[in-house]
Design a protein around this ligand. Structure first.
Ligand code: SAH
Ligand code: SF4
Length: 343
């Protein structure tokens, strides 16, 4: 719902209803993950009809749902009120559930290997549309998910107001009570956004999509319009760590013959040490471009190489390979099928 707690209280008041009705609705939305007024059985039907005229209880209509039989990953394609579509992914590993949420329809950054950026930005998501992706995943799990990663479609720091409103909205005890340390925001390196995020003083984790060790190499992956110089990005990340105390993660898509040489990985190690960051290597998914990952053996060798250089490095397993789980891929497929793909 796009109202927030205080907006909902106002609405209930304007409908001349006692304030406990707002609490009941919050309990349905955030305690039982309801997505329709019909489910809210302890509300009078007149109130439900009045509410339905004013605000949708749930912003998403799921139009496609793919489950990976191998690892249980679920990917939803949801339609918004204006007909645009977004993706949300639920990743389960034993003992932990993580939802990967989108913040924009499309993305203005347009990294060469990314399906989300293909058609550029369509629009920002609202706070309600962001929150409801978390609710969608909680409903599936039957409980609050453990972690949120803001790594779906879009550049979160170019929609920071709505994202912050959404994350604050689910942190309250009357909503999901979600702890900031279980939330990670991934950015392509939007310097003013990183600095603003630092100054907000929340303990959200930050991940930087680095992918290259110098500006020339990075220019081959990220177009100039929204790309910042690495030195400026690094000092913004240092500022973020100083103000929040959170450790940075460097995301690094391993691309065959582009950024996977020993010299490049040595330079990556130097950056990780300087920023006191851990490194998450991601084999480049060849969905949107001709760029491909090195062999898995070489990917594991890269992890070992960085580890030997004293860097905390991991290889991100590609969850949901069988269901096009990399960001933007399902939407791209749906658009292609409906003849709307922009190539
Ligand atoms: N816009 C933000 C968050 C969404 S993208 C960002 O770029 O950080 C989430 C992650 O997926 C980023 O690290 C991005 O670089 C990575 N990614 C996108 N397409 C990819 C692909 N084809 N192969 C590997 N990683 C990819
Ligand atoms: Fe946008 Fe991130 Fe995709 Fe780049 S990788 S186009 S920043 S969503």
């Amino acid at each position: 719902m796009d109202l927030g707690t205080s907006g909902l209280e106002e609405l209930v008041k304007s409908l001349r209803q006692p304030s406990f009705r707002a609490k009941q609705i919050l309990e349905w939305l955030f305690g039982r993950f309801a997505n329709s007024y019909d489910e809210m059985t302890n509300l009078p039907s007149a109130l439900k009809s009045a509410l339905a005229e004013q605000v949708r209880p749930f912003a998403l209509t799921v139009i496609d749902c793919l489950k990976d039989p191998e690892d249980g990953t679920i990917k939803w394609l949801s339609e918004l009120e204006d007909g645009n579509t977004i993706e949300t992914v639920l990743i389960r590993v034993p003992g932990r559930t993580t939802v990967c949420i989108s913040t924009q329809v499309g993305c203005p950054v347009r990294c060469v290997f990314c399906a989300s950026g293909r058609g550029g930005l369509v629009r920002n998501l609202t706070a309600g549309e962001i929150i409801d992706q978390v609710i969608l995943a909680c409903r599936e799990v039957g409980d609050r998910v453990d972690n949120i990663v803001v790594m779906g479609m879009g550049e979160p720091l170019l929609n920071l107001d709505a994202l912050a409103a959404a994350l604050d909205g689910i942190s309250g005890e009357d909503t999901l009570g979600f702890g900031a340390r279980h939330i990670t925001i991934s950015t392509s390196g939007i310097v003013p956004g990183i600095r603003r995020l630092a100054e907000m003083g929340r303990s959200w984790n930050l991940a930087l999509s680095l992918h290259a060790v110098n500006d020339e190499m990075r220019a081959q992956i990220i177009p100039p319009a929204t790309r910042f110089p690495l030195e400026e990005i690094f000092s913004a990340c240092e500022y973020h760590r100083t103000l929040t105390g959170r450790m940075l993660t460097l995301e690094y898509a391993l691309i065959k013959d582009k950024n996977d040489s020993r010299e490049t990985l040595e330079a990556l190690s130097a950056i990780a040490h300087r920023l006191r960051a851990k490194v998450n290597l991601i084999p480049c998914n060849p969905n949107a471009s001709r760029l491909t990952a090195p062999t898995m053996r070489r990917c594991y060798e890269a992890v070992d190489f960085l580890t030997d250089l004293g860097v905390q490095a991991t290889l991100r397993h590609s969850h949901g390979q069988g269901i096009l789980a990399a960001c933007g891929q399902l939407r791209q497929k749906a658009e292609a099928l409906s003849g709307r793909a922009e190539n």
